[in-house]
Design a protein around this ligand. Sequence first.
Ligand code: FAD
Length: 407
Amino acid sequence: MLYDCIVVGAGAAGLMAAGEVVHQGLSVLVLEGNRQPGAKLLLCGGGRCNATNVRVTEKDYYSSCRHTLKHVLRHFSTTDTLRFFAANGAPLECAEDGCYFSADNKARTVLDALLRYCQQGGVQLLCNNRVRSLEVQNGVFHVFGMQEVFTARTLLVATGGLSYPATGCDGSGYIFARNFGHKLVDPRPALTPFIAGDEVFSSLAGIVVPLRLSLWAQGRKLAVSEGPFLFTHNGFSGPSVLEIASAWLDCRQEGGELRADFFSSQKDEGIDFLLGHAPQPSLKNVITRTLPERLAVVLLALAKVDGRLPALSGRLTREEKRSLGTALRALPLPVRDVAGYAKAEITSGGVDLKEVKGADLESRFQEGLFFAGEVLDVNGRIGGFNLHWAWASGIAAARAITRRCRS
Ligand SMILES: Cc1cc2nc3c(=O)[nH]c(=O)nc-3n(C[C@H](O)[C@H](O)[C@H](O)COP(=O)(O)OP(=O)(O)OC[C@H]3O[C@@H](n4cnc5c(N)ncnc54)[C@H](O)[C@@H]3O)c2cc1C
């Protein structure tokens, strides 16, 4: 059978695109390498699926081509996302920070909504069918699966990136793209935890605190991120860390240094707000009003300040105030490396947006070949932006595929 469209990859982008195309009356086959579709989607948002954000703009993403990115986002807004999932049995609910999660806190419900949408239109989904290679003969795509060869008039590569390889993402989409003449913007792990360079903090594993991280290189502040910070057994994680990891990778050769401000809710810099308390509680006592005791002990030790001293400005030497100020408000974090693809939520880089035809996401080198989702050189901030990109790029490609099949 000659399909109108074959979609490679049953993840967020592939399923959204397949559903949209099939609902236009076209025939669609989805080939998925895993035994089940949507493995990564089920992990999203810690299993709760942060599916979009109250405000999504091109500024929430990194890409080499903001222009195309902006046009793709116009295809599917936050309101469109809310309507789509509500209509398909997966209402989304907004948290205080503007992130929308599945209302029942289950990523499974979001995946089921996509699968239902695909099924209702008659998408054919074949799992356990990893695509090995692609060819074009006389304008027809030949897709080599595990045992069979499938044919289609158009082809959508929605294979994701390289992160979390256990979810089926092995970078094969990059190879397909290269074989059609595409250059790649260097793929790199992004939204990734850090591995620490020493063990000073390993006793704090499991502690979560809100803080502000700043990234410095050659005397300049290059980036800032705020939010929960998690000490892990071998490093640091949590949204504030994941958010700043790419910027750190960019400047690690220049000696990029991360500094942690554990009292970022204080408007003023320094530690004056901690000192001068009557009736003279100890420093440790004052610090543990905000920070967990185990963390306070480590920070005081790093500052080489006795936590039993009264929290009074006059009882600390100038040097003690300086070192305590550094430990509490600008502590250099010993980062050795990023944790890599095994722990990275996404892959940055990928198929260059300049090599696709604007918001159609069709290859400039091969008519009928389209891309959607993480395989493209777009990566978003934490907060539902990456899934939003998957939905919007899936819809944009699907509309262009429909136009091509009808022309
Ligand atoms: C732990 C974790 C939590 C996350 N949480 C969030 C979140 O809450 N909100 C958010 O916005 N983003 C989140 N993300 C990122 C988000 O999951 C991705 O951006 C999104 O899934 C990308 O969608 P995609 O369709 O492009 O790729 P994927 O969802 O990765 O789907 C690609 C599919 O293609 C299949 N495939 C690959 N190669 C082949 C082949 N050769 N043949 C056949 N099939 C193939 C894979 O098996 C996979 O099923 C999270 C990521 C991780 C790892």
